[in-house]
Structures are given as structure tokens and as C-alpha cells.
Design a binder for this molecule. Structure first.
Ligand code: KG4
Ligand code: ZN
Length: 341
């Protein structure tokens, strides 16, 4: 038995509206991953209210830590490392998880490490496919992010492109609101699009032909507003299918092109929007034609979760000898990697 077989990392994620706690053995063996989603609490407001999120993390987190450890029969005293997200995200929610994590590390007298949430999304792939090592191109696509990140090895990143305005999931949520769909709207748009005609409206594909790999989705949102004003009787299914046709074409084209430009044979798609069935089909088909293997971690690891945070913490601590002082502050605008020229 190697030392890492008994090394247990407790991960904490509270950067937005999911409270999550996970326990990982070694670098990639997931023992528990509990997620409490606050989505219903925010639905009435049509988006995440930071103060409501912070308050609920405070209430839920200590119970979730106790419940998660109890569910696998691991007492807190056996934990070797505490890993908590320190950015990017909402400052109040980040502060709750970070402070709780530091308190646990102090009380248990174990090292503490702050984790970059975006690196976490990439590490979802390490848990689901531990043998499919980098290099690969990663697309992190959620309500908060749309970023293409080249991963030559774990721990080294190059930001290849990102959204210049709304994230793809954010645009879908805003469009859904205009269509009268509840928050968040991505999954419902996905479902409606299954029975709609994507050729009903040709919505714009902003920046699809622009050089580089940046994205833009706010123009699409504006085009949908005008269309809905002029055509209030259009079927929701057809609007959903037409909107997704635009989003899926943009994400697919840019991701495959980025993988090709960087000579990567694998593309990893992660974040909440990676649940989209149309995106999955389009990328699998396009990747197959271009000789690029497309990987999607399971949904429970794509949406915000603490397993991916624990995986980064364990890797950085065990392989790179990293830990952070308890003075580490939350960094709401934390980035990942250098920008490509
Ligand atoms: O990763 P996530 O749970 O939270 C962050 O934003 O970090 O992603 C949530 C986003 C929301 O915008 C939601 O509408 C979108 O993911 N989403 C989807 C689907 N399921 C969730 N978008 C498109 N199709 C889906 N099936
Ligand atoms: Zn996220």
C-alpha cells in the first residue's frame, strides 16, 4: 500500500449556488461527493442572489461535512488535507467555504490548499477517466464560464479563448427568461429543442468566423428579444431548437478548431452546459470526423461539485508539494493560465 492510498482529501465547493463536500482517496478515487443545490431558492429571483447564497452555505456546509464523512464511515480525524475553492466566483459564497475549510484544517492540524474553480472543472476529467492523461483541449462551459483551455500537462494551462460577454449558460438562462421558462433554463431549452425545428429561425452565430477562439453570446440574446417581439406566437420548441442550433454550432466549431490548432487528439467538455444533448451529439460527430476523441465527464462531475476541487487539491499537494497559509483570501476574478497570443 502506497502512502497516497491512505491520503484522504476533504474538498469544499461554495463558489456559487451549490454547497458541496467530497472525500477523495489518493489522487482520483472518489469516496463521496455530496451536492446541495440552492437552485430552488434562487428560482423566484430569476438568478443567483449572492447574499441568499452566502447565508445558505453558512447553514448547510457544516451539516454537509458531517453527513458526507458519516456516509462513508470516515471520521474527520482521518482527513489528511482540506481543499476549498478560493476563486473565481461570488465573494460572499467563496468566503464561507474558504473560512470553513481553514477552520477545519486548523482544528484537525492538517494542511490547507485553496483551489481554482476552473482548474477544478478540468480535473472532473481526471476522476472520470484517470488513464486519459493530458495533453488535451478543454472547454469549460457553464452559467459562469465559456473558456477554451489548452492542457499540456495537469498543472499547466494556456487560456486559448473565452467569452467576451455572456457565458453560454448565462445566455441560455436569459433567453429562457424571455421565453417564460423558469430559471435555470438550459435543461428545459434542451428538452424543448428535441421536438422543435432548428431551421425555423436562423439566429446569428456571433464571432463564429472571427480569428482566434473567443466567444460572444450577448448578440444572440438581443436577436432573440427582437424576434420574440415581432413573432409572439412562434412555438417555444422551435425557438429553443433554433437558439440551440446557434449555440451548439459556435461551441462545436471553435472547440474542434482549437484542438486542431494545438494538435490535440482529445477534447474534454465540462461545466453545466456540457449536459446538453445536442452539444454532445454534435461534438461526438464532428470529433469522430476529425479524429478527435471527445470526452464528457458524467453530469454529476460536470456541474459544480467538490469532488473536482478535492482532486486538484490532492494533485497539487501530493505532486507539487503545495499548500496555502490560512491568510489566503478569496479571489472572485481569479483566472487560469496565460492568454494565447
Ligand atoms: O456548472 P453549472 O452547474 O454552474 C455554473 O454556472 O458554474 O452550470 C449551470 C448552467 C446553467 O446556465 C444551466 O442553464 C446550464 O448550465 N445547463 C444546461 C443544461 N443543463 C444545465 N444548458 C444546456 N443544456 C442542458 N441540458
Ligand atoms: Zn463551475
Amino acid at each position: 500500500m502506497s502512502a497516497s492510498d491512505t491520503f484522504l482529501t476533504l474538498g469544499i465547493e461554495t463558489s456559487c449556488d451549490e454547497t458541496s463536500v467530497a472525500v477523495l482517496r489518493g489522487e482520483a478515487e472518489l469516496l463521496a461527493n455530496s451536492v446541495y443545490s440552492q437552485v430552488d431558492l434562487h428560482a423566484t429571483y430569476g438568478g443567483v442572489v449572492p447574499e441568499v447564497a452566502s447565508r445558505n452555505h453558512v447553514v448547510k456546509l457544516p451539516y454537509l461535512v458531517a453527513e458526507t464523512c458519516a456516509s462513508i464511515g470516515v471520521p474527520l480525524s482521518e482527513i489528511s488535507l482540506i481543499a476549498a475553492t478560493y476563486g473565481p466566483g461570488l465573494v460572499g459564497p467563496l468566503l464561507v467555504g474558504l473560512t470553513h475549510g481553514k477552520g477545519l484544517a486548523r482544528g484537525l492540524d492538517v494542511p490547507f490548499i485553496g483551489v481554482n474553480h476552473l482548474e477544478g472543472h478540468i480535473f472532473a476529467h481526471r476522476i472520470s477517466e484517470p488513464d486519459a492523461e493530458p495533453p488535451f483541449m478543454a472547454l469549460v462551459v457553464s452559467g459562469g464560464h465559456t473558456s477554451l483551455i489548452d492542457v499540456p500537462v495537469y498543472g499547466r494551462y494556456q487560456l486559448v479563448g473565452m467569452t467576451v460577454d455572456d457565458a453560454a449558460g448565462e445566455a441560455l438562462d436569459k433567453i429562457g427568461k424571455m421565453m417564460g421558462i423558469g430559471y435555470p433554463a438550459g435543461a428545459e431549452i434542451d428538452r424543448l429543442a428535441e421536438i422543435g425545428d432548428p431551421k425555423t429561425v436562423r439566429f446569428p452565430r456571433p464571432m463564429i468566423g472571427s480569428p482566434g477562439f473567443d466567444f460572444s453570446f450577448s448578440g444572440l440574446k438581443t436577436a432573440v428579444v427582437y424576434h420574440l417581439k415581432k413573432n409572439p406566437r412562434e412555438r417555444q420548441e422551435d425557438i429553443a431548437a433554433s437558439v440551440l442550433a446557434s449555440v451548439v454550432e459556435i461551441l462545436t466549431k471553435k472547440s474542434i478548431e482549437a484542438a486542431r490548432r494545438f494538435h490535440r487528439k482529445r477534447l474534454v467538455i465540462t461545466g453545466g452546459v456540457a449536459a446538453n444533448s445536442h452539444l454532445r451529439r454534435a461534438l461526438a460527430e464532428e470529433g469522430g470526423e476529425r479524429g478527435i476523441q471527445v470526452s464528457f465527464p458524467p453530469l454529476s462531475l460536470c456541474t459544480d461539485n467538490a469532488a473536482m476541487i478535492a482532486a486538484v487539491g490532492a494533485f497539487r499537494h501530493l505532486q507539487m508539494g503545495e499548500s496555502h497559509p490560512l491568510s489566503l483570501r478569496p479571489q472572485p476574478s481569479l483566472g487560469l493560465g496565460n492568454t494565447a497570443e
